[in-house]
Design a binder for this molecule. Sequence first.
Ligand code: FNR
Length: 186
Amino acid sequence: MEKYKIVAVVGSLRKESYNLQLAEAVRTKVGSLADFEILDYSDVPLFNEDIEFPAPESVQRVREKIKQADGVWFFSPEYNHFFTGVLKNLIDWLSRPIRENEAQVLAGKPAAVSGASLGMSGTAIAQDHLVTLISFLNMNVMNAPRLTVPSIKQQLNAEGKLALTASEPFLEQQISSFLSFIKKTK
Ligand code: FNR
């Protein structure tokens, strides 16, 4: 069976980010079923058309990772009912081609959306905004299931790490759904 490449894009640069921990939990559960890589884009600069061409090396690197991926999985916090600024900045870069006459790399890519937050919405409102954006960029969005992990503080272990008690079955469901979704696009 073909081993799919999934690139995880975490919308938080925080070292102890719960959304990063959620992505890491997916990587553990996916195991050998897919090649699951968490994208490091911490060195991507703020988008500015003055520095767009030639694209900075960091931008070329992340763009190539997305280009090679069979699927992209977003894990974003909710900041003021929106997804984060760093994620919007990354997507703005990815929405632009490196050269003229080259397609942007997000179009047609299968996309899954998840998020964890301290609040009760579990990033649902931020996810709606993110889906609006990535649909505009013509990503192939898996609208169901999406994963919302609300009230994170209730799902931590004694060390303060994400334990995913109540959300675990939903996470497993999303993994198997996304693998099938990618397969259908092949
Ligand atoms: C938040 N947080 C938050 N939580 C939420 O459920 N809804 C919201 O609208 C917001 N808004 C918000 C704005 C800003 C600027 C910050 C810094 C935080 C809290 C948020 O859920 C919490 O900080 C998470 O831990 C952030 O995710 P990571 O970094 O742990 O992945």
